[in-house]
Design a binder for this molecule. Structure first.
Ligand SMILES: NC(=O)C1=CN([C@@H]2O[C@H](COP(=O)(O)OP(=O)(O)OC[C@H]3O[C@@H](n4cnc5c(N)ncnc54)[C@H](OP(=O)(O)O)[C@@H]3O)[C@@H](O)[C@H]2O)C=CC1
Ligand SMILES: N[C@@H](CC=O)C(=O)O
Length: 357
């Protein structure tokens, strides 16, 4: 039996679903893969629950009654004291601050799995520094769920690129929340703010839905894919169409934005009235490898086209390469939601554990 010690940062929608899936698969993992996964830490932004022997299922009740306020220094001390073998830290936060801790985690012997896209979308300098640190410490960093949630996009693209296949263009719907929002909004007589709220409840939006509506999330995904292809790009170079009306941009806090979300309705009704009856609205991402252009924008798309036909919170990725020249490699499926994303993180845990003893 091989034991993996897991530290989970961010027990929100995705993180808590992952803990649930791990608990359900405990026996199956032992039997089919000879793996025991011990969750030795669960921490949100203020409280942590630690147990070097493994936090049992029903962690949420234990977290409520036994978690303690913590500082990251105490986490470091805990890792130092226990010197866990096969330590894997999971980042299911959306935090811009948390990624600073990656360096310390790596130095304490941890591999990292991230659903959080921030570490891959800061400056190229940070991107390189992180990879240098990982190499120096012989640690892995896996982030399949950064693009397409549980869909196998990052690995597929990386394998194509590493095999020497020339990828020329990627185009598609990269946002599960915007996919759900426009599928529902185009077809149903609901106000935009109502549909946006639904997308949040269903776990499709980012904790701050402005990250989706501003196009930042799609912009980040484009940058992540571009960097997989070794294109030297910065986030500022991605051309992004924001869907947030001017008066809600700028200094509004998240709370104010949520309170004033009714103001989005007129703005989005305009998009709807401008489109033809047989069209649907699609927020797409486009990466042209030859010109180096990365663009995220809202378009009208015929309902019966490949992009027009996707449903629910689906993502679709059309990957054009020298072999897939005229008929692209297409990956399509649910592109957001706690269940599929957690399953994707679970897959990343298995990928890492295959390489451990
Ligand atoms: N939902 C989806 O479909 C997908 C999500 N992702 C990514 O997964 C991540 C999580 O999304 P989701 O679960 O929906 O978000 P949630 O808001 O539901 O969960 C975020 C969790 O992170 C915790 N957190 C915030 N800051 C820190 C910190 N500094 N240290 C430790 N914990 C922290 C929050 O705790 P607190 O309450 O204390 O703030 C909360 O428990 C995001 O990065 C998202 O982009 C990726 C693919 C798909
Ligand atoms: N908010 C994101 C979730 C996955 O990355 C999306 O809408 O796709």
């Amino acid at each position: 039996m091989k034991t993996i010690h897991l530290a989970l940062f961010g027990p929100g929608k995705v993180g808590s679903k992952l803990l649930e899936q791990l608990a359900k698969s405990e026996e199956h993992l032992k039997k089919s893969s000879g793996i025991i996964i011990k969750v030795i830490l669960v921490a949100d932004s203020s409280h942590a629950l630690l147990n070097p022997n493994g936090i049992k299922s029903g962690w949420d009740y234990n977290f409520k009654i036994s978690s303690q306020r913590y500082s990251f220094k105490e986490v470091e001390e805990y890792f130092r004291r226990n010197a866990f073998k096969n330590l894997v830290s999971i980042d299911t936060t959306a935090s811009e601050e948390f990624i600073e801790n990656y360096f310390s985690l790596i130095n304490f012997g941890s591999h990292i799995i991230a659903a959080n896209k921030v570490a891959n979308t800061l400056s190229s300098k940070f991107y390189r520094k992180l990879r240098e640190e990982l190499k120096k410490n012989n640690k892995k960093f896996i982030y399949e769920t950064n693009v397409g949630a549980g869909l196998p996009i990052v690995e597929t693209l990386r394998n194509l690129h590493l095999s020497g296949e020339k990828v020329t263009r990627i185009r598609g719907v990269f946002s599960g929340s915007l996919s759900y929002i426009f599928n529902t909004f185009s077809e149903e007589e609901k106000e935009f703010s109502e549909v946006l709220k639904e997308a949040g409840v269903l776990g499709y939006t980012e904790p701050d839905a402005r990250v989706d509506l501003s196009g930042k999330d799609v912009g980040r995904k484009l940058l992540i894919l571009a960097r997989e292809l070794e294109l030297q790009k910065e986030f500022e170079e991605v051309k992004i169409q924001s869907l947030i009306p001017k008066q809600l941009n700028g200094d509004t806090t998240l709370e104010e934005f949520n309170k004033r979300s009714g103001e989005l309705n007129v703005h989005f009704r305009n998009f709807k009235t401008k489109k033809l009856t047989n069209d649907v609205l699609r927020y797409i991402g486009e990466l042209n490898v030859e010109t180096g252009e990365l663009e995220a924008k809202l378009i009208n798309e015929p309902k019966n086209s490949v992009l027009g036909q996707i449903e629910g919170a689906d993502n679709i990725f059309e990957i054009y390469t020298e072999s897939y020249k005229d008929r692209p490699l297409v990956i399509r499926g649910a592109g957001a939601g706690a269940e599929v994303t957690a399953r994707g993180v679970f897959g990343d845990i298995l990928k890492i554990s295959e390489r451990l003893n």
